[in-house]
Design a protein around this ligand. Structure first.
Ligand SMILES: [Zn+2]
Ligand SMILES: [Zn+2]
Length: 268
């Protein structure tokens, strides 16, 4: 399983696209993890085949995680997509996406030319889709958010969406090969958001092999880079991916190619 980082930012960071990850499996399936304001353009820049995507996961109903869906669907229509597309999330996903499409492009849902297959899942259930097992756990966020574990039978990837991890997340992510986790600040300062410190605790507690930090607040990413780099230097399995980085989820060795690459500082 591979993870391509289409975006690594939070909602308001002008220097980085909203956090969104394109997962591809050895069997050839692809899954988009979250699709916020900026994600659809990044997806199409990375994937020119309108029929390639099997499923999109929506972690929760904040704009930086699902307001890109109308553009994703519109562009698929424009490109002549024919394959059904699975849209997966918590209870209410179908209603929210239908309402969002009606706001963005009224009357368009019936013209798409390809089927939408909605899957609404919940913690404690396992969904089998695109050759993967999908399991979830709630995180601690201002809106209900589900963290997602994807398992292809060989390796396991955890994606947090937004929110601090509680015990249920630690249980779900236990021993996984790669966790992609939001860290809004360095320490736990913002209720309902993760932190680098919290991610380090989760990594230790759950025995996670590698952890990629995403969704850092833009100001923190720009102004406190030396502190962040000092933390990363102490743990070679904790890293800050950039847009365009692609990781082999179950890769041997402490770090994938993105982790080894020297990361230049962000422009001011
Ligand atoms: Zn967010
Ligand atoms: Zn959120």
């Amino acid at each position: 399983m591979k993870a391509l980082f289409l975006g690594v930012g939070e909602a308001c960071d002008p220097g980085h696209g909203n956090t969104s990850v394109l997962v591809s499996t050895p069997a050839g399936a692809t899954v988009l993890l979250d699709c916020g304001f900026t994600a659809a353009h990044r997806f199409f820049a990375a994937c020119a085949d309108p029929d390639r995507l099997d499923a999109a996961w929506i972690s929760h109903f904040h704009g930086d995680h699902f307001f890109g869906i109308p553009l994703l669907l519109l562009r698929f229509w424009d490109m002549g997509r024919r394959r059904p597309l699975a849209l997966v999330g918590q209870a209410g996903t179908e209603e929210k996406i239908r309402a969002l499409m009606e706001m963005a492009y009224p009357g368009f849902m019936v013209k798409l030319g390809f089927a939408l297959r909605f899957h609404e899942t919940a913690p404690g259930t396992t969904l089998s889709l695109a050759g993967l097992r999908w399991r979830t756990a709630p995180t601690l966020h201002s809106q209900p958010n589900l963290g997602l574990l994807l398992d292809d039978g060989r390796c396991r990837l955890y994606y947090s969406g937004d929110g601090r991890p509680g015990d249920e997340v630690a249980g779900l992510a236990r021993g996984c090969d790669l966790a992609i986790h939001e860290a809004f600040r360095i320490e736990d300062e913002v209720v309902g958001h993760g932190s680098i410190a919290g991610c380090r605790r989760l990594k230790q507690k759950a025995g996670i092999r590698r952890l990629a930090l995403v969704h850092l607040e833009g100001r923190v990413r720009r102004e406190r880079r030396e502190e962040i780099d000092a933390i990363l230097a102490r743990d070679q399995d904790l890293f800050l991916p950039r847009e365009g980085d692609e990781l082999e989820v179950g890769a041997a060795g402490p770090r994938g190619p993105a982790g080894k690459r020297p990361v230049p500082p962000d422009p001011p």
